[in-house]
Write a protein that binds this ligand. Structure first.
Ligand SMILES: [Zn+2]
Length: 398
């Protein structure tokens, strides 16, 4: 049972009930499309007239559309509904230490277009190109774009839209939301990459994840970040700083320095950079070994033993950190995102064995699952910052 937040109680009341019913109907359409008004009423136990009135409003808002008639069960055949598919509604910007991707999606999270360029350590260069890309997309996509979401690899304050610290480039106190909003006249939401991907898993992940009320997303990329979902929402902590488990200490003398500079952080053992450093050592830095992580996964999947060893070592180290989180939080599931998810058959055993080893017998263990968000999880995260606000209700926080 959640304690009522008295500071937000003034927003509760009749409007809240209407808002909650609206979210229920919208999410039935989202998850069960194509679905009829009668089926929503039957499954949600809302009044048929309430459902019809809400669907009318959702059609007017351009969120839901009719797509013809379904099978008759005796009387008049029912009209089926789905989320509106016409046009891009969101722009997502994923900034990673190596590259920046800008993409558009429709309401259902289907990516419609995307472009990628190398991230420049100079923030003005990177965000200059981001603004050019957004303006180009807005010219192509017309009026339908409503909002922009931005995923960044660092300490982010979503409430002020400021990137407090991005360690890879030493960006400090960058007013990203204000900057982009001023140049595009659109609302901008920003968040830390792992939190954004956790939000994407919550809304667009496989049902085992999206139905779980409590899960942890571990994003293993150039760095290692975690997004914690408690009771169906991302836990942010004070100024959005929660989830910095990448810097918990799990050993000494890691193969690479952490983005924070230390050599004892989880990230320094378990990131893509750590796996690449191990691989180069195994290959005695023979010139063929200076590759990117995608190529490392390709080589491992093709059967190269040094590549496989480097990935399994990365998985063992990831497993140590994850077992600490499982022991501490007892989540329903832990989802591992990043390119390593593509190598799941090679790393699954190493991960699970490390974790089972540390969880006490008889205590519940979490399911460990690969992300199913595809090869651009942080772009999906950035888009989710916009899309989730369409489907979530702020009133639920009361
Ligand atoms: Zn660190």
């Amino acid at each position: 049972m959640r304690r009522i937040d008295l500071k937000k109680a003034h927003t509760a009341g009749l409007a809240t009930i209407r808002d909650i019913n609206r979210q229920i109907v919208l999410n039935y359409v989202r998850e069960r499309e194509p679905i009829s008004r009668a089926a929503i009423a039957r499954e949600s136990a809302l009044q048929r007239s309430t459902v019809s009135a809400i669907v009318d409003a959702l059609q007017t808002e351009g969120l839901v559309e009719e797509i013809g008639e379904g099978e008759s069960t005796g009387g008049r055949p029912p009209t089926l509904l789905r989320l509106r598919t016409a046009g891009a509604i969101a722009i997502g910007v994923s900034v990673t230490p190596s590259e920046t991707t800008i993409g558009t999606s429709d309401l259902a999270g289907r990516v419609l277009s995307q472009e990628t360029f190398p991230t420049d350590p100079d923030a003005n260069e990177t965000f200059g190109r981001v603004i050019d890309g957004i303006q180009r997309l807005m010219r192509q996509q017309g009026e339908s774009i409503e909002s922009i979401g931005v995923s960044l690899p660092g300490l982010i304050d979503p409430s002020t839209g400021v990137a407090i610290y991005v360690p890879y480039f030493k960006w400090r106190d960058l007013p990203v939301a204000r900057m982009l909003s001023a140049m595009t006249s659109l609302p901008v939401t920003i968040d830390n990459d792992a939190n954004a991907v956790a939000l994407a898993e919550l809304w667009f992940g496989r049902p085992e994840v999206s139905d779980a009320r409590d899960f942890i997303l571990v994003l293993a990329a150039e760095g290692v970040g975690t997004g914690i979902v408690f009771d169906g929402q991302v836990y942010r902590g004070e100024r959005g700083a929660a989830g910095e488990f990448g810097h918990m200490i799990i050993g000494t003398h890691a193969p690479v320095p952490c983005s924070c500079g230390n050599r004892d952080c989880w990230e320094a053992f378990s990131s893509e950079r750590a796996a690449l450093a191990r691989y180069q050592k195994l290959k005695r830095d023979d010139g063929e070994s200076r590759i990117d992580f995608k190529e490392l996964v390709d080589r491992a999947l093709a059967g190269e033993s040094e590549a496989r060893t480097a990935l399994v070592d990365m998985a063992l180290c990831l497993g140590i950190g994850i077992s600490n989180l499982v022991v501490g939080f007892s989540p329903e599931a832990v989802v591992v995102g990043g390119e390593i998810a593509r190598a799941w058959p090679l790393v699954e055993d190493a991960l699970k064995e490390t974790i089972e080893h540390s969880v006490r017998r008889g205590l519940p263990s979490a399911r460990i699952l690969p992300s199913t968000l595809g090869n651009e999880p942080t772009l999906m995260g950035a888009l989710s910052l916009v899309l989730a606000s369409k489907f979530a209700s702020s009133s639920f926080a009361v």
